[in-house]
Ligand binder design. Structure first.
Ligand SMILES: [Zn+2]
Ligand SMILES: [Zn+2]
Length: 270
């Protein structure tokens, strides 16, 4: 009865798009208008062949396709890919899922992640397994769900071939603080020993795709990759729905754009 009343209510008073406030015409489980969703586009700028950060013309002309960060400190993952930049509508969707618990958004984000993972598949061989970045159990019970796991679960349903999803294999044994504003050394210290592999047999000799909602500096994903390789994974790729380009973050910091820095801080705090 209550559910019925809710439905009648939403017909009489359709809600507004949670991203642009335009009234929604159709009842949908995802409270976002089609225009906002259609405006979310994959990354088109030239990217680092390893970590996926944005490359600028000078780096493109002189380099080997890697960004300066990857040339200075090679990440533990072989390659990281993302669907789109962590801004605008995509950032809005991630926030709806993560901070407002609009769980059906995970299906939409999972679809985007699946298209990104599908690009990796030709080079991946058969022994594939997808591992979501775990939350610490205190964080998970506070939020009630792990957004990376929900997105990964939605993504495997949409992949062109069946791939195993292994949850609970990688665990976060230590809570970590936000990576934003920390130096490289501090970031590494912050995530060191944060993860461990609970069941080595699930990853031994296999190619692991570590999945998360957002990649910021890549330190967390690199640490996951290190632990997984130590446990016997043949190689590790990383795939995220969104990528906070590091060049953009630095620019925001330089211009004192507090809202942007705050958004990046929130993204990195899990
Ligand atoms: Zn909208
Ligand atoms: Zn790079």
């Amino acid at each position: 009865m209550q559910a019925l009343l809710r439905n009648v209510f939403s017909v009489l008073f359709p809600s507004d798009c949670r991203l642009c406030d335009t009234p929604l015409n159709n009842i949908s489980r995802i409270p976002v208008c089609p225009e906002c969703i259609a405006a979310i586009a994959p990354v088109r700028e030239p990217q680092c062949v390893v970590c996926g950060d944005r490359l600028f013309s000078a780096q493109l002309l002189m380099g080997d396709g890697r960004c300066q960060n990857c040339r200075d400190h090679e990440p533990e993952f072989a390659r990281a890919v993302s669907f789109g930049e962590y801004e605008g509508g995509l950032r809005g969707l991630v926030h709806l899922l993560k901070y407002q618990s609009v769980l059906p958004v995970a299906a939409l984000l999972g679809g985007m992640l699946a298209s990104t993972i599908a690009e990796l598949l030709p080079g991946c061989g058969d022994a594939l397994v997808i591992v979501p970045v775990p939350l610490h159990k205190s964080k998970r019970s506070e939020r009630g769900f792990n957004q990376a796991e929900l997105i990964a679960r939605a993504a495997v349903k949409r992949l062109p071939q069946p791939i195993e999803l292994a949850t609970g294999v990688l665990v976060r044994q230590r809570a970590t603080i936000s990576q934003v504003g920390l130096s490289r050394e501090e970031r590494i210290a912050n995530v060191s020993d944060a993860f461990r592999v609970r069941d080595r047999r699930r990853v031994q000799g296999r190619t692991v795709i570590v999945v998360d909602d957002v990649m910021t500096t890549g330190t967390t994903l690199s640490e996951c990759a290190r632990v997984l390789k130590q446990a016997g994974a043949e190689r590790v790729w990383a795939a995220t729905v969104a990528r906070a380009f590091q060049a953009a973050t630095r620019q925001a910091a330089n211009h004192g754009d507090e809202e942007e820095i705050e958004a990046v801080a929130v993204a990195a705090s899990v």
